[in-house]
Design a binder for this molecule. Structure first.
Ligand code: AMP
Ligand code: MG
Length: 402
């Protein structure tokens, strides 16, 4: 049975969500791109004190109801200091950005609205209570959760971990992902191909995609289209957390992947998704290991990885499920389709007159990596979108860049 794109995604999510990953402790600088294994809480209030966001004067807002008002300056407080005294009625304290608000004051008047002569400060503007101040604990209260378990850690999350003093971080181990290319015509890169042979590009694409998705790629040898050697390689690959096969899942006489997996006792969750490219995609489990049989055409391999394998690796690595995120752009030229499929076509999105506009790149079908390399995204056309006009808002799947 062929599933819709959404049904297939839900199946992957459902089957993999129980998967648990092992935990390791790593120093903060080493966690970029990794997945947090515990909730992280604030060690103290953030900000830890009422913090001024401006250079100016710490004042009592009630002193500035009649303008102009004249205040007496009782001192200065800089970032990294603490003002020991108290601001009494009619007084103010010079304050710098990042400094704690002195006791007695309830707001900061910007320097721009003041004139100073000696110790006398003339204020030309009123302030609200807590104006130009970030209140203690308003970003996070001590003990409150600032990051959830399962969150992938990028530079901003790492900065937050540093803020709350986490020099050592508990993270999940990355899943190991075995990559098995199949096909009698596929030759390794170090060999000059005959005219009828094809270089093993999928293993290179998939290795990079796995690493980018947060897995550890493990590249196995090329399986010929014969059951016995294919079976041996699959059995070897089963020591990984996830098994990716490329090619051999179509209807041809020498497409043996499904047969060999069935002989090994595989349970198949789906076999065929209403997408183009990538229709013959297979997803299942064999001997406790999940596998994907990716159609061998290089564009099909690439797209089915982005749609299904990327979120699967995230789940196996303890992360939240990462649905593919589609952005929106205006369609440059009208487009018709009657396929009843979700189509993903190499395209470029560029800003035209202040709006994102998407246009297809020249493309010869699912073998054409030249077209994909020229693209920066895929135009996504859903089954019900049979006639699209120029200027319509459409979905776009960005292509990963690193
Ligand atoms: P298949 O899915 O085995 O029918 O293969 C479909 C197409 O993808 C064929 O033209 C193959 O030559 C090509 N192909 C399969 N595997 C690879 C690979 N590892 N690298 C590049 N092209 C491949
Ligand atoms: Mg093949």
């Amino acid at each position: 049975m062929t599933l819709s794109f959404q049904q297939a995604l839900s199946t992957v999510r459902e089957k993999l969500s129980a998967a648990g990953a092992a935990v390791e402790v790593v120093s903060l600088d080493g966690v970029r791109g990794r997945v947090l294994a515990t909730d992280v809480v604030a060690d103290r209030d953030y900000p830890p004190f009422h913090r001024s966001t401006r250079d100016g004067y710490a004042v009592r807002s009630g002193d500035l109801t009649k303008l102009p008002a004249t205040l007496e300056c009782g001192g200065e407080v800089r970032a990294g200091e603490h003002f020991a005294g108290k601001v009494a009625p009619g007084q103010c304290v010079a304050i710098m950005t990042g400094a704690p608000l002195p006791a007695g004051a309830d707001s900061v008047l910007m320097l721009e609205y003041t004139r100073r002569e000696g110790n006398r400060v003339e204020a030309s503007r009123a302030v609200e209570v807590f104006e130009n101040v970030v209140r203690q604990g308003s970003e996070a209260a001590a003990g409150g959760r600032v990051l959830p378990r399962g969150r992938r850690l990028g530079p901003s999350e790492m900065g937050l971990l540093a803020t709350v003093g986490r020099a050592q971080v508990e993270i999940f181990r990355e899943p190991r992902v075995a990559i098995i290319p199949t096909g009698d015509e596929i030759v390794p890169l170090d060999r000059q191909p005959e005219r009828f042979q094809i270089r093993n590009s999928n293993a290179v694409t998939l290795t990079a995609q796995v690493a980018e998705a947060g897995g550890i790629p493990w590249r196995l040898g090329i399986a010929p289209d014969r059951a016995e050697p294919l079976r041996k390689l699959i059995e070897e690959g089963l020591s990984a957390d996830l098994l990716l096969l490329s090619g051999g899942v179509s209807m041809g006489k020498y497409d043996l992947v499904e047969q060999v997996l069935a002989d090994l006792g595989a349970e198949v969750f789906f076999q065929g998704v209403a997408i183009r490219p990538g229709k013959p995609l297979v997803f299942g489990r064999v001997r406790e290991r999940f596998f994907f049989g990716l159609p061998g055409n290089p564009v099909s391999t690439f797209v089915t990885f982005e749609l299904f394998v990327r979120p699967a690796i995230a789940l196996l690595g303890g992360a939240e499920f990462e649905y593919p995120v589609f952005l929106r752009a205006r369609l440059g030229k009208p487009f018709r389709q009657r396929l009843g499929l979700t189509a993903f076509m190499p395209a470029r999105v560029e800003v035209q007159n202040g709006e994102p506009e998407v246009n297809l790149v020249g493309y010869q079908g699912s073998g054409d990596m030249v077209g994909v390399a020229a693209a920066n995204c895929f135009l996504v056309v859903h089954p019900e979108q049979t006639d699209l006009a120029a200027g319509d808002w459409v979905d776009v799947l960005p292509k990963p860049v690193n």
